[in-house]
Design a protein. Sequence first.
Length: 156
Amino acid sequence: MAKHTPKKRPAGVTMVEIVTAAAVLAVACVGTIGFQHHARRLALRANAEITAARTARLILDNWKKTGGDENFDLRTLEMGFTKSPDSNDYRITVDGLPMTVSLKWSNVEQNAAAMVTLRQIEATIRWRSDRQNGTLGSNDPMYVISTYVRRDEAGG
């Protein structure tokens, strides 16, 4: 009886192994690209929020100097604010981000004997998610900040 010797497999890589490795690499690349896209979107959103926060802080700091004057006009700051023709909103572009600014005030407490009025002032900044000019949608982001000011201070 003749002895059967097993055939040796030739050294190298088979087509199945190459296709499997390519598929694993493709899945990893798609996942990485998706992650990078998501991280970029989040970074743009964070930068927009920082820009809005700084702009809002600038507005409130200057508005407080007037004692929260109800006739406060952002155009007097001469920083590029323009008034929207169809509303009481203002427009400005900072760091490439077009924003819409709304101002609101309300008297919180009055002490007639001391002639002091506590007023809440508020700035709302909105921008489009796509960072473009145009009409704002209901799902577009916003940043709201408020503070209090005494009307008897700063000549208000």
